[in-house]
Design a protein around this ligand. Structure first.
Ligand SMILES: Cc1ncc(COP(=O)(O)O)c(C=O)c1O
Length: 478
């Protein structure tokens, strides 16, 4: 017995570093805080992109431990300094993320307390916070109180949860998969196609709809395609609209699509991961008319509410459709189950154990109120106009007036060589890196995209982008 006790005590002392004492914690925190401050204090002058693609081998795990100083140095040089600086206001590519500081404080708290928020039983307060946020979103998007929702890791998983519910509501199983049809925009985010494959719907028929010059779905095409498919004996079951496509920020005609969905008994899903929270801005609210008609809706706080990566939300009106695949009971969970309790997040998502991610949204909302978020969203819309006007003055061609804060432009050449010239321009912009932009293809045309969504993107950022582009253009044209 003594020997056993001794072995346990030996192991206890070996594992002691896993529980630093208060002085050690303070020392760690101090170093991390110093680094975080130097990162944030220099963010305005740090480049938004570093094209160094060398794979760092410096992260190889070895038996030699490193000090916190060494680890922070590696982090600064090999993680934060390379690729896209996603915390920078100069990130105007893809869909920029955010990274508001007060969310990181929430993450720190939830990691220290390690609350288990998959089940109401284990953390009623944490789950109540998730429900409060979902109820708040339901009220913003005029969803009924009876709708169910989940805070997922991002838009991809949120979309996956919604499409699974659509599949189960319409009973799309093996025998009818190949006959079943989904309608959507060719600009739909690729996480939709990914989700369909993951949930066993790879072989459904996807009808990509025609778009107008604003890249919005043409509803007459939707109606015609549904009609033809029905005549052929196929099984139309879902239509997916976007409230802010990734390519161009287009908002599909949500209300008209909603009416068509209703008339044809289709599940109506809206991916508003990028654009959804712009509904809070009075002057563009109208553009979201019809969003309340969706059966399921995805909105991403780590995009439109400027949170650090790791928070997407899904709302679904039909609780049973979501429960069909996600609600499970097991003997070892018997103490934690009481059907009279509020909904368990684990019953609405493939995740059981989950990061307590609701606090990273609730804490900043409580601390700052919603107004600074709305102001920031409106600022992004105006900055988009400001950027477009400046580009036009320089001589760029612009894509159509955008619905939100994504737009595109290209340099017109005299010799029908637009694509090659703009590809080169993109490359030079990336080599410079002061501001990061990305590109896309619109009707086979290579165009440069601006996506303005970071809370750190300010007037000075856009002025910097304009000077950088002008400088590169001068170099290329000489
Ligand atoms: C419209 C849209 N939907 C879905 C996604 C996927 O979201 P996530 O990257 O959070 O998984 C994105 C990402 O940019 C998006 O823009």
């Amino acid at each position: 017995m003594n020997q056993l006790k001794q072995q346990i005590l030996n192991l206890q002392s070996q594992s002691q570093p896993l529980e630093p004492n208060e002085a050690q914690r303070a020392a760690y925190l101090n170093k991390v805080n110093t680094y975080a401050n130097s990162f944030l204090n220099s963010i305005e002058t740090t480049k938004a992109f570093c094209s160094d693609k060398e794979t760092p081998h410096v992260f190889k795990l070895t038996n030699n431990t490193k000090s916190i100083e060494e680890i922070l140095e590696l982090y600064a040089n090999e993680v934060a300094a390379k690729g896209i600086n996603a915390a920078s206001g100069g990130h105007l590519g893809y869909i920029p993320g955010g990274g508001i500081y007060t969310s990181s404080l929430a993450d720190y708290l939830v990691d220290v307390t390690n609350e288990y928020t998959g089940m109401y039983f284990s953390c009623p307060g944490g789950v109540a916070i998730e429900h409060e946020l979902l109820n708040w979103m339901k009220s913003i998007f005029k969803f009924p109180e009876s709708a169910i929702g989940n805070l997922a890791s991002g838009g991809s998983i949120a979309n996956l949860i919604a499409l699974t519910a659509a599949r189960d509501k319409h009973g799309i199983k093996n025998a009818i998969i190949e006959k079943s049809v989904i309608y959507t925009s060719p600009q739909v985010h690729h996480c939709i196609q990914k989700a369909l494959r993951i949930i066993g719907l790879e072989d459904v028929q996807i009808r990509y709809l025609k778009l107008d010059v604003y890249s919005r779905i043409i509803t007459a095409d939707l109606e015609e395609k549904i009609k033809k498919d029905k005549e052929k004996g196929l099984n139309p079951f879902t239509v997916i609209a976007s409230a802010g496509t990734t390519d161009t920020g287009a908002i599909d005609p949500l209300q008209d699509i909603g009416n068509i969905a209703k008339a044809n008994n289709l599940w109506y899903h809206i991916d508003a991961a990028y654009g959804g929270f712009f509904i809070l801005v009075d002057k563009v609210k109208e553009r979201f008319k019809g969003i309340e008609m969706a059966d399921s809706l995805v909105i991403d706080p780590h995009k439109g509410l400027f949170l650090p990566y790791g928070l997407g939300a899904v709302l679904v009106k039909d609780k049973e459709a979501v429960y069909h695949s996600n609600h499970y009971r097991a003997n070892y969970m018997q103490d934690a189950i009481d059907d009279a309790m509020p909904v368990n997040p684990a019953d609405v998502s493939p995740e059981l154990t989950k990061h307590f991610r609701s606090l990273r949204l609730w804490l900043p909302l409580q601390l700052h109120g919603i107004d600074p978020f709305i102001a920031c969203l409106e600022e992004k819309l105006l900055l988009t106009q400001y950027f477009r006007e400046a580009l036009k003055r320089i001589g760029f061609k612009l894509g159509p007036q955008p619905d939100l804060s994504v737009s595109y432009f290209w340099w017109p050449t005299n010799n029908n060589n637009d694509n090659a010239f703009n590809e080169k321009l993109m490359e030079e912009i990336h080599n410079d890196g002061e501001i990061f932009l990305s590109s896309t293809l619109i009707n086979e045309k290579f165009v440069i995209r601006m996506a303005i969504l970071s809370f750190r993107t300010k007037l000075t950022t856009i002025d910097k982008a304009i000077s950088m582009i002008q400088k590169i253009l001068n170099k290329m044209n000489n």
